[in-house]
Design a protein around this ligand. Sequence first.
Ligand SMILES: [Fe+2]
Length: 247
Amino acid sequence: MMTEISVSPLKEGLPFGRRVRGVTMAATEDAQTRDTLKNLFVEHGVLLFEDMDPSDALQVAVSNVFGPLKEHPVKNLSRVDADAYPGVVKIHSPGGSGGLVSIGTKQLSHWLPWHFDHAYNDELNYAGVLRATEIVPEGGLTGFTDGVALYEAFPKDLLAKIEGKTIIYTLNVQYETMRFGKPDDFAVLRSKPVPAGFADDVARMPRALHPAVWTRDTGRRCSTSARGCARASSAWKTPRVTPCSRR
Ligand SMILES: [Fe+2]
């Protein structure tokens, strides 16, 4: 029997995304509900789960609806529970630590350009399931978009330039050496600390090549062209014409 979940648009007028309420552990174990969630993801690209038990166990159960956990390629990121939940990492930036930048007059901690996760890895993840365990009182915004909606919103002249092109990504999130994605009025106020062993992670991973535009199983065209971690592409002449979105 299908468990009770309710589905509504993420935001009126947005071409992607759905809000899903009422997902419980029992719902994640119900075959019909699992199929509903998988189909919603394929159709709408971004799902926002609301009113859930904020536990690691339920977060992982939701993730398992969409596929098995993928080990995170960066060995030196802290894990929530490496034995119970392989690949589930904890990202945190306590006040006064981490990278600090300014964009115009605004100071931002732990800023990153638009990117898709695991871009620097040869094997992409099917989906990421993220949960905020502690929310800062101000800012703390993370933007999400959908590759199909991105493709459809792309200016056609720029799309023509990236069709059939490959983008090279490497594991580089240091502001000083990031090649693409920095706004014109960007300045580094404090460098990102480099975690112990991070250089080993970088050395272990060869560059990754991903198509700028590709076709999903549904036949819909999709773009995952993004500047974060990008090193080069024959589609991009200079950083100024880098064709991708920004948050
Ligand atoms: Fe990310």
